[in-house]
Design a protein around this ligand. Structure first.
Ligand code: CA
Length: 655
């Protein structure tokens, strides 16, 4: 009853406004705003002008509803999506318009099958709840973005003059249709993410020619609406300066220079402010963020992969939580407002799962209703992308609605950001901990983990780990990465423990390029004894300890290191050698404890690339003892004299 009464009043208001249904600001005159409060969502106040645009793109909504998606209010009861958005402070609804997103049999390409009729219906429903419409012309039959700007099927083969006329007529007729349905058009985009291409055209002369035709049509049909251009990749500041300069050179008649800003890919907020601020100042244009979004969970909910998923608990500056989503968007809003920008539009905040338990059933709905990002029928138009990867929503985890259609607390952000809701901060998410330790040593887990607080600050909180002795033993025997779970502040948290074989011997592979701290004791007067930088001759890395002596008996040396500060425990030592022309030899690895020989292991040299490795295990070292490890090489020599290389020495803890 309540809903019906409300929509009757709204319909009457919409009818009264039909004649003047184009306006450039987003200040709301009609109603249905209710006081928003939250006991759990922290929102830092941002200073926003009253008419600051807080927009939401819901282009997929009609297709979603056809697929049976039910949107709800905060009480869990079914409620019109547009009413909920209006109540939460959204004042502008964005919709993409494709010319003819259908095949010859009338089967939709998907992505909401957003044609002019869909935009008109969405605009009408937005107006019913006091929200203006932002019309996003792609001038294409399907997705247009920096990767593709295909001309509509009906416009292929046109000259640039014919295409310019077509853009003018299409823009004019579309806006007239949308306005006649009751929509209040607040802004119109001339293309979507038009980074150097639009509608199949790739020269700026042609691009601006099409944009100018669109702009002329907007001015004639909706003189009060703002005209916007829209680009992506603000992290490339030079590209943005170039786009703005080109449009200025051609004197394009537009009001708003808009950008997409996805925090995962599009650079820092400081860069965003600098790039947009520069264009606003240099050319006297309004600026805004036309698309942004952030994940509230890493989980997929509709069996169709998402653009953002998985990974560690806290991936970027904000955790993938409801609070993290709100903080991420709040900071974009604050950044845009801080440079005098006019608004921020969230992209597809209601594109949730169509709700069955299997990919097959969802797929049937996506195909029938156009509620996935692309249907298989789009293959004829976009074979390389949609034709291969058609499927459901890639942003269901970035929506402001749970899979059952209930709004997330974060949706209240758009209302609360104007007045702030700076409640006491609490831990919102926990950062994964990471530690490394050597095999055979001891696993030391951190006493605290880092919590991301609800205001996005960081704080250390005490943690309790659950690590049983059997697992700990295995971790110290077998090198690998192990996950240990724990609890901190009532939430679960993970510690990734990397156990590895630590080499306690400095410069064990001579990769320093010099021998130190090895001590070379040359008794025989070798012609060559030193580090050689030659990967071909080395066991590992680039360097080895090379020796050669032409004279019989000149190869007679020890290479050793003495370590005084080793922790007590059991160790193993290994070292490798290759060489030849040794004649009679005496070669062995050895260890000494406190200067007294404790063990040795024989080695031999035979021929090039035939490495021999000695291993001495079970070296028991007590507190305060010094350990010497080394290799003794004595060769009488044959032929041109003994030669060889020593490499890959390691001293490890034995697990
Ligand atoms: Ca998905």
């Amino acid at each position: 009853m309540k809903r019906k009464k409300r929509s009757l009043i709204a319909a009457a208001l919409a009818a009264a406004l039909l004649l003047s249904a184009c306006g450039g600001t987003a200040e709301d005159t009609r109603t249905e705003r209710i006081e928003m409060n939250s006991e759990s969502l922290y929102v830092k106040k941002a200073d926003l002008p009253k008419d600051f645009i807080l927009g939401m793109d819901v282009s997929s909504v009609l297709a979603e509803e056809r697929s049976g998606v039910v949107y709800r209010g905060f009480d869990g009861k079914e409620q019109d999506l547009f009413l909920t958005l209006a109540q939460c402070g959204i004042n502008m609804i964005r919709v993409r318009v494709w010319n003819r997103p259908f095949d010859a049999q009338g089967r939709g390409y998907g992505g909401g099958n957003c044609d002019v009729a869909a935009a008109a219906e969405i605009g009408r429903r937005a107006a019913e709840h006091g929200m203006k419409l932002l019309v996003d012309f792609h001038y294409s039959d399907f997705w247009a973005d920096p990767g593709k700007q295909f001309a509509p099927k009906d416009w292929t083969g046109m000259t640039i003059e014919e295409k310019t006329d077509a853009v003018y007529s299409f823009t004019r007729e579309s806006l007239e249709t949308i306005r006649a349905a009751g929509a209040e058009i607040g802004m119109v985009q001339l293309g979507n993410e038009t980074n150097g291409a639009l509608c199949g055209e790739k020269t700026w002369f042609n691009i601006q020619s099409l944009m100018a035709a669109g702009s002329k049509a907007v001015r004639e049909v909706c003189p009060k609406a703002l005209v916007a251009v829209h680009f992506a990749n603000p992290e490339n500041a030079e590209s943005y300066a170039s786009y703005a300069s080109k449009l200025d050179y051609y004197s394009l008649d537009y009001d708003v220079f808009a950008t997409s800003y996805y925090p995962y890919w599009h650079g820092t907020l400081d860069n965003l402010a600098a790039v947009l601020g520069d264009i606003a100042g240099r050319y006297g244009k309004k600026v805004m963020v036309m698309e942004t979004s952030y994940a509230y969970t890493p989980e997929d909910t509709d069996f169709s992969g998402n653009t953002i998923s998985g990974g560690s608990a806290v991936v970027k500056n904000y955790p993938y939580t409801v609070q993290g989503q709100a903080n991420a968007v709040r900071d974009v809003i604050d950044t845009v407002a801080s440079i005098g920008g006019i608004g921020v539009v969230y992209w597809e905040g209601a594109w949730i799962a169509v709700g069955t338990d299997s990919w097959e059933e969802n797929h049937a709905k996506w195909e029938r209703d156009g509620s996935g990002w692309a249907s298989s029928f789009a293959a004829e138009y976009d074979p390389g992308d949609a034709g291969k990867y058609y499927g459901g929503s890639a942003v269901d985890n970035q929506a402001f609605f749970a899979p059952d259609g209930t709004p997330l607390e974060s949706l209240k952000l758009f209302s609360l950001v104007r007045k702030g809701n700076e409640i006491p901060v609490v831990p919102d998410a926990l950062e994964d901990a990471h530690v490394r330790c050597g095999l055979g040593t001891e696993i030391v887990l951190p006493d605290t983990v880092e919590a991301v607080m609800s205001d996005n600050g960081r704080r250390a909180v005490p943690v309790q780990w659950e690590l049983d002795g059997a697992l700990a033993g295995r971790m110290l025997r077998e090198a690998g990465v192990y996950e240990v779970s724990g609890t901190a502040d009532g939430q679960s948290v993970r510690c990734f423990v990397t156990t590895e074989e630590l080499n306690f011997l400095p410069n064990g592979s001579f990769e320093d390029g010099t021998a130190a701290p090895w001590e070379l004791i040359d008794r025989g007067g070798a012609d060559e004894l030193g580090v050689e930088n030659k990967a071909l001759n080395s066991r590992d890395g680039d360097c080895n300890l090379h020796f050669w002596g032409a004279k019989s008996g000149s190869i007679d040396f020890d290479a050793e290191q003495t370590l005084a500060d080793l922790a007590p425990g059991t160790y193993r030592f290994e070292i490798s050698i290759q060489g030849g022309d040794g004649g009679r030899t005496e070669i062995y690895a050895y260890v000494k404890i406190d200067g007294a020989t404790a063990a040795s292991a024989p080695l031999s040299i035979t021929s090039f690339n035939n490495w021999d490795t000695a291993e001495i295990r079970d070296i028991a070292l007590a507190e305060g003892q010094t350990l010497t490890v080394g290799i003794r090489v004595r060769a009488e020599g044959a032929g041109n004299g003994a030669w060889g290389m020593i490499d890959a020495a390691a001293l490890n803890r034995q697990g």
